[in-house]
Design a protein around this ligand. Structure first.
Ligand SMILES: [Fe+2]
Ligand SMILES: [Fe+2]
Length: 255
């Protein structure tokens, strides 16, 4: 089973409009075309948040336009720029799904909402952990991948780039060795790191990448743009192939 992960697509409502110089609609459309042209086509798409810049209904309708003809299942999770209520309304029918979990053969996918109301940083709620517990205990013998916006273990020192309760999540996941992978976004950069017994991968953004400050740098971390720089030079997405016995492989596709 192959999935492609798109993240931080940041669509805007205006046709041909640009966000920091990038037509994010055209860029996501190009990413999807490239994914569908792969020698092995994906079986599903995971989108790990910041689908839109503004959380507006008309922007989600533009997002829908890109995927609806393909009939591929597209699993979306909200980022700090999104509105979960509007996502649920616009994606109530069709191939784009705001689901909590889905089974893919020997794998189960879990899709979390890591939004913290009105904040850039993320948090995984106790309710979501309880719901995960139920899914994981009913999916015995399967391996699991968890998908959400804010990655645990961000090396960026800015508070807005963090998953606030990353340690609590690690503690929660410790008794579940079947959870092999977390797929996330938010950082607008590709990361591949160990997190307890599992691996955290983030995907490049289909909009623009972000250069984060180093811990030792004397940056104004309260002001996002004083401490971060946008890199428009390339866009990308991630491909993940899932095999039996919890094995997976991954590669990036830049364009
Ligand atoms: Fe983003
Ligand atoms: Fe974000």
């Amino acid at each position: 089973m192959r999935i492609v992960q798109f993240t931080d697509t940041h669509l805007i409502p205006t046709k041909n409009g640009k966000l920091y110089g990038i037509d994010t609609y055209a860029s996501l459309r190009l990413a999807f075309t490239k994914a569908m042209d792969l020698a092995q086509r994906p079986d599903a798409v995971f989108v790990t948040g910041d689908l839109t810049e503004d959380g507006a209904r008309e922007t989600y309708l533009r997002f829908k336009e890109i995927f609806e003809d393909s009939k591929l299942p597209v699993f979306v999770t909200p980022g700090n720029h999104d509105s979960i209520e509007v996502m649920k309304e616009v994606f109530a029918e069709g191939n784009i799904k705001v689901a909590f979990h889905a089974v893919f053969g020997e794998w189960v996918g879990i899709f979390l909402n890591s939004q913290a109301a009105g904040k850039a940083h993320g948090v995984i709620t106790g309710d979501d952990m309880s719901a995960m517990e139920k899914v994981l205990s009913s999916a015995k013998g399967k391996s699991a991948v968890i998908s959400f916006h804010h990655p645990p273990g961000s090396s960026c020192p800015a508070a807005g780039c963090k998953l606030k309760n990353a340690d609590e999540l690690a503690e929660f996941l410790r008794p579940y060795p079947e959870v092999k992978l977390i797929l996330a976004g938010h950082l607008h950069m590709d990361v591949d790191q160990e997190y307890g017994n599992l691996r955290v991968l983030t995907s490049p953004s289909t909009f623009a990448q972000c250069v984060h400050p180093h811990v030792e740098q004397n940056a104004n971390l309260e002001d996002f743009w004083a401490s971060h720089r946008l890199d428009h030079s390339r866009q990308g997405f991630r491909i993940v192939d899932f095999f039996s016995s919890g094995i997976f492989s991954t590669e990036l596709c830049w364009f």
